[in-house]
Design a binder for this molecule. Sequence first.
Ligand code: SF4
Length: 319
Amino acid sequence: MSERIYSWGHERRFNAYSNYFKKEYGARIQKVSIDAGFTCPNRDGTLGYGGCTYCNNEAFNPSYCKASKPVAQQISEGIDFHRKRYRRVEKYLAYFQAYSNTYDSLDNLKKIYNEALSIPGVIGLVIGTRPDCVDKAKLDYLSELSEKTFVLIEYGVESCYNTTLERVNRKHTFEQSEKTIIETAERNIKVGAHIIFGLPGETRQQMLDEAGILSRLPLNNVKFRQLQIIKGTEMARQYCENPEIFNLFSWDEYLDFFIEFLERLNPEFVVERFTGEAPPEMILGPRWFMKRTDQILTLFEKRLEELDSWQGKKFNAIE
Ligand code: SF4
């Protein structure tokens, strides 16, 4: 291990999510996923019916997380599920994960968020949504709430390039993401961004350049994942018809790419995740993600050590 203490206050070579919570709350915090039965404007016809071409929310939903169950029940079952694996965890964040979790009336949202916060052990909310699914009233409410409890809004940005966003049928622009991230941060709400690497048409250099673009935004938290082609999606159909338009990362390629990306990334951003895992039976194409998450993390940190690399090593150089 490196003995250097980095600007984020510990010797791990990236600003890791688990360390952030240990520092802020003195303990490991576990997220419990919830499917509160929301939909999304790209599915209910407001913007479109088909959704983003890669979207299949089932691929990332844990088994205890079903929209048919009340939110409180999903959280209690989620806590039981995690307690078996991490006995010492006592604090949880309710993670509204599936679809667009601010896409409802403010009154309904208040009811659902408060139901989650009433469960013993739940110390805050993580709310995944689209950048076009919040407005002033919702942000003002979440700003008030965040004075009393942990609130993080995680926006699906997915790409900094509008041509890519159009290609995958996102139906919002990068400028909308930027504007919403700024408006959220201005209200002192913690704000996160989710990005997918390997979307069709993007070059390696374009993806590396996203580090500089994102680094200028007032983000607290960032999550990344490699593109996976999920069976049953529009993208799976495109992949079967024209596999040559996809350039899916092998594990080795992704590891080296991500380390190069990380060196350019703002060291103040907490990195929550850098790969994604859908169940192997749902994936078409390369399946290196069958490695377990802890194995992936070990390989990643070993590689950072070998290369004497760390988050933000080249951040100032690209500003
Ligand atoms: S990825 Fe998100 S925004 Fe896109 S269709 Fe699925 S739920 Fe809607």
